[in-house]
Write a protein that binds this ligand. Structure first.
Ligand SMILES: NC(=O)c1ccc[n+]([C@@H]2O[C@H](COP(=O)([O-])OP(=O)(O)OC[C@H]3O[C@@H](n4cnc5c(N)ncnc54)[C@H](O)[C@@H]3O)[C@@H](O)[C@H]2O)c1
Length: 307
């Protein structure tokens, strides 16, 4: 992009920018009070990774109940088959594929197969993830590399596999599972926090990059989900001082919130939702030393454990 930097043009650009920024702020405030209506996903192809367990399974069931064609992807054939059977026994529409999402070639082959068997993917949910949980210096190279491959690189491979068709049709939605650990630093989770911050970075920068595509990409939506502690077994030893304030959420309840956020095209949410504002307007505005003292008071997080 080239700019005319003569004083008159700079003043004109600045005034126009201020106008647009104010418009977007007002639009966000309006959307906060009156969110988008839930979109219709009947007949849409929804591909979810990690459907063999936890939130992936629960999301798959919910999208199928909404009439979507759900493509279930997991490394574990048995548990993925269970999810597939649960959907089809409710007369839902499902497909199942075994894929290790860390394997880029396997992901590209999966995309080709899904396109032939089911059609273009409308909603991609990058959900598969793992969480080694112990002090930083005790985490092994193998654990860390595997976690980065699943939590970060797999997101990139899947987006590279399915985004081109979305851009082609100017239609699609990419959903990523970050975490509250992607919004704040937590002990025993140093590499995991890094992976979940990375997920948010990938989603944000991709949305920014697509804005400057020469063709219209406004039909492609992004949703990043930041759950706190969800009862799936991933977080084996949660530590919560104020149970009523930050209780562990059931996977089905989390999936209800996630699906609702996707249907309303929300950009980023936390689960529970109120943590978004306490993080953004509380924790993030404080110096880190002060925020850490608040964390000590709330004393929530996860204890170290071996798998
Ligand atoms: N559970 C929580 O408390 C919590 C909190 C914040 C964020 N998250 C994130 O939400 C997502 C889902 O978490 P969950 O608790 O439902 O997980 P889960 O452990 O219940 O299920 C994860 C699924 O991913 C599959 N999987 C793992 N490696 C894979 C691979 N290489 N290829 C394909 N599939 C693979 C597993 O087989 C499993 O079925 C993860 O990204 C996680 O980091 C979870």
């Amino acid at each position: 992009m080239t700019h005319d930097n003569s004083p008159l043009h700079v003043i004109r650009d600045l005034l126009w920018t201020i106008l647009l920024v104010n418009y977007e702020i007002l639009r966000s405030i309006f959307k906060w009070f009156i969110p988008n209506k839930r979109k219709d996903v009947r007949g849409e192809v929804v591909l979810i990774t990690g459907t063999g367990h936890g939130m992936g399974r629960e999301m798959a069931l919910r999208f199928a109940r909404l009439g979507a064609k759900v493509v279930c992807v997991d490394i574990n054939p048995q548990s993925n088959e269970e999810t597939y059977n649960m959907i089809t026994s409710e007369l839902g529409y499902a497909f199942k594929y075994v894929c290790d999402v860390t394997d880029r070639a396997a992901v590209m082959a999966l995309a080709e197969k899904v396109r032939k068997d089911v059609g273009d993917v409308d909603i991609l949910v990058n959900n598969a993830g793992i969480m080694p949980c112990k002090p930083f210096l005790q985490q092994t190279e193998k654990e860390i590399r595997l976690m980065m491959d699943i939590n970060v690189n797999a997101n990139i491979w899947l987006i590279q596999a399915f985004l081109p068709a979305m851009v082609e049709r100017n239609h699609g939605h990419i959903v990523a599972m970050s975490s509250m650990a992607g919004l704040m630093g937590l002990r025993n989770l140093v590499p995991y926090c890094g992976s979940k911050y990375a997920v948010r970075g990938i989603m944000e920068s991709l949305a920014i990059e697509l804005r400057s595509e020469p063709r219209d990409t406004s039909g492609i939506k992004f949703t990043t989900i930041c759950p706190y502690i969800v009862n799936t077994g991933l977080c084996k030893k949660p530590r919560i001082r104020f149970q009523s304030l930050m209780k562990v959420i059931e996977a089905g309840d989390a999936a209800d919130i996630i699906v609702d956020a996707v249907l309303r095209d929300l950009l980023e949410i936390t689960i529970p939702t109120r943590l978004y504002y306490s993080n953004r307007f509380g924790y993030r505005l404080l110096p880190l030393t002060a925020a850490a003292i608040f964390l000590d008071f709330f004393d929530t997080g996860v204890e170290a454990h071996d798998d």
